[in-house]
Design a protein around this ligand. Structure first.
Ligand SMILES: Cc1cc2nc3c(=O)[nH]c(=O)nc-3n(C[C@H](O)[C@H](O)[C@H](O)COP(=O)(O)OP(=O)(O)OC[C@H]3O[C@@H](n4cnc5c(N)ncnc54)[C@H](O)[C@@H]3O)c2cc1C
Length: 409
């Protein structure tokens, strides 16, 4: 059986390694960190199969100045960084044309609608029920204007048969009585579910992978060479040859692709979370706050406020002002929140068209990419793993993956 390396043990790499191992490949998962502890650790916990509306939207360019001027808005930009990376920003804006946005939304829906089934295939072997809740996600609009402006998203969802229910203020109050009286209305994403402990789910899938014979190496991948019949990985203290390599290194994937001569316009949308102490159950479901672009989620060890977007690259340290903003706004929505237990910054891997790259390298058929899942990587981990498994067997996946092709750039 073929030897396959999976580089990157975030949710995408863990699920890919799991499906490959189940298919009988000899699989080695490699990460310089512990599995599931980077971007896949600190997110907003939603299995967001409704999230088919890309961040790119028609008219975004005109809204950016307003967004940046808003003290507590969802977006922050490091202008020096953007100037250095202008081609990415311009390409992102090009994907805001209406026809393009409709195309992206339909391609995202194509993956999202298979996301739950693919996870359930894993969850029938691994019991994670205690970490999953079926209480549907709630989006809170801060003003009538934000509610009305959201109509474009409602149309995109309707066109792709994604169901939502609008709620009046009183209906929201019935669902979530502890939320302060600061909102105009709400919307529920029908049938959505979330986790109360993402790391526990990643760890359980990873442990099952080891149990069925998978290998894990905790080392940095420093270089890759293509030999005639194999691919050689240079780790910290050894070199290993593999028949195939899967690159699922999230926001760092382009660094590895570059070693092989591939180049992708991958950037990162940084996001933050704050974990607040709480001794009681304050909310039943993830509650998104439109004014500032984050979710409040009651998880196993407190309430996590997670989200927002910052364009500032991979290496800059975390921005205290963003965390202060999230704290201020979280306490406005849920004044009962306790002290801060911890804070976190993560890096969403994002391509300018908000679609992931899933497919074989142009340079080498035995290198397969799986990265760039932006705001929905937690949701798409399992379905991506299934596709990677089919591609590794040289089979045609049962989902049309043309839109995610590495050759589109
Ligand atoms: C604030 C926030 C909220 C979010 N909310 C949600 C949500 O509610 N629902 C949702 O679906 N998604 C959400 N996301 C997005 C989601 O978290 C990401 O898309 C997803 O975690 C990406 O997973 P990944 O496996 O691609 O990357 P990662 O989890 O980042 O894993 C990549 C791994 O590659 C490793 N690596 C990189 N380079 C090397 C190397 N050279 N050698 C060895 N190892 C290497 C890293 O150490 C890392 O462990 C959110 C993201 C953020 C930041």
């Amino acid at each position: 059986m073929k030897n396959i390396a999976v580089i990157g043990a975030g949710i995408v790499g863990i699920c890919s390694a799991y499906f490959l191992k189940k298919s009988g490949f000899n699989v080695t998962l490699i990460d310089r960190e512990d599995p599931g502890t980077m971007t896949s650790f600190g997110h907003a916990c939603s299995f967001a199969d409704y999230a088919n509306v890309p961040v790119n939207y028609p008219g975004l360019i005109w809204d950016i100045p307003k967004m940046l001027l808003r003290k507590d808005g969802p977006l922050a930009v490091d202008f020096f960084y953007i100037l250095k990376n202008l081609p990415w920003a311009l390409s992102f804006l090009k994907n805001c044309k209406k026809e393009k946005v409709d195309e992206i939304a339909s391609s995202l829906t194509n993956l999202l609608k298979h996301s739950q089934l693919s996870y359930d295939e894993i969850f029938k072997d691994i019991d994670v029920q205690e970490y999953i809740s079926d209480e549907e996600n709630l989006y809170l609009f801060d003003t009538k204007k934000s509610f009305e402006d959201y109509e474009y998203a409602n149309i995109i969802r309707k066109n792709n048969r994604v169901k939502v229910r609008n709620l009046t203020k009183n209906e929201v109050k019935e669902l979530e009585p502890n939320i302060a009286d600061v909102y105009y209305a709400g919307q529920v994403f029908t049938g959505s579910r979330h986790t109360t402990n993402p790391l526990a789910i990643s760890t359980k899938i990873f442990e099952k992978f080891l149990e069925i014979g998978g290998i894990y190496i905790k080392q940095n991948v420093k270089n890759i060479f293509q030999n005639e019949n194999s691919i050689e990985l240079f780790l910290e203290d050894k070199k290993i040859n593999f028949d195939k390599v899967i690159i699922s290194a999230g926001a760092w994937s382009n660094q590895i692709a570059n070693m092989l001569g591939d180049k992708f316009p991958l950037d990162t949308e940084r996001g933050y979370h704050i974990l607040f102490e709480t001794n009681e159950k304050l909310i039943n479901r993830p509650v998104a706050w439109s004014e500032s672009g984050f979710y409040l989620i009651q998880i196993h060890n407190g309430i996590r406020a997670a989200g927002t977007v910052e364009i500032a690259g991979l290496t800059k340290p975390s921005n205290k002002k963003r965390l202060e903003m999230i704290e201020r706004q979280s306490r406005k929505v849920l004044p009962q929140l306790g002290d801060i237990k911890s804070t976190w910054m993560g890096r969403r891997p994002t391509l300018p068209d908000s679609l992931p790259i899933i497919g074989k390298s142009k340079q080498n058929n035995n290198v397969i990419y799986a990265f760039g899942h932006q705001h929905v990587g937690w949701t798409l981990g399992a379905v991506t793993g299934k596709i990677i498994d089919s591609l590794s067997k040289d089979q045609v996946p049962n989902i049309d993956i043309t839109a995610y092709s590495p050759s589109r750039f």
